[in-house]
Ligand binder design. Sequence first.
Ligand SMILES: Cc1cc2nc3c(=O)[nH]c(=O)nc-3n(C[C@H](O)[C@H](O)[C@H](O)COP(=O)(O)O)c2cc1C
Length: 189
Amino acid sequence: MDKIKIDTKMISYPMPCSLLGTKVGGKVNFLTVAYFSMVSFKQPYIMAALAKSHFTTPGIKETGAFSINIPDTSMAEATDYCGMVSGRKFDKSKVFEVFYGEESGTPMIVECPYNLECKLVQTVDLPADELFIGEIVAAYTDNRYLTNGVPDMAKIDPFILSMPEMTYVKLGSPVGRAWEMGKSRIKKI
Ligand SMILES: Cc1cc2nc3c(=O)[nH]c(=O)nc-3n(C[C@H](O)[C@H](O)[C@H](O)COP(=O)(O)O)c2cc1C
């Protein structure tokens, strides 16, 4: 085995980029979040980790709701901007056209191909961050992003953050079908 140990702070797994929206003191705000993930399948739950110091963080607890908006590659510059400036000093409510979730009133981004409206169900207190777990109460897209009625990632055109190079990267080519490729190995058993 040729494994070597590396710095645990250099964990650099590629992460999809999102714009998280909520209201803070009644004001719409968006910040860039790469630390987000689905956490439950049967119950559509999603989690996002936010630094306690961010302007947005208390807004999620205040309103009990947030949105996860998936930008496409044409929105990379605006996404980067929202991850560099704070709503404390800059008004990020006008960066995008905003619409509001029917279930929670949380703000979402019209320009993003894919929007998830979430109601806060649990907060986990971490040393520097807070982990927000939300139930996805509604998902929004546009017909032009669907193929046979389901979201088509080739049309949505999301991008990931690759940390070692601090670079945004487009989705690549398919490797194979999930829950299909492994079957050949099962057959050999
Ligand atoms: C690509 C990218 C990804 C980011 N991901 C996260 C994240 O997952 N969690 C987090 O707390 N901050 C993350 N940030 C930092 C915040 O988006 C940034 O500090 C932002 O300005 C905070 O805004 P606010 O003070 O208006 O809440 C990220 C920034 C960038 C550029």
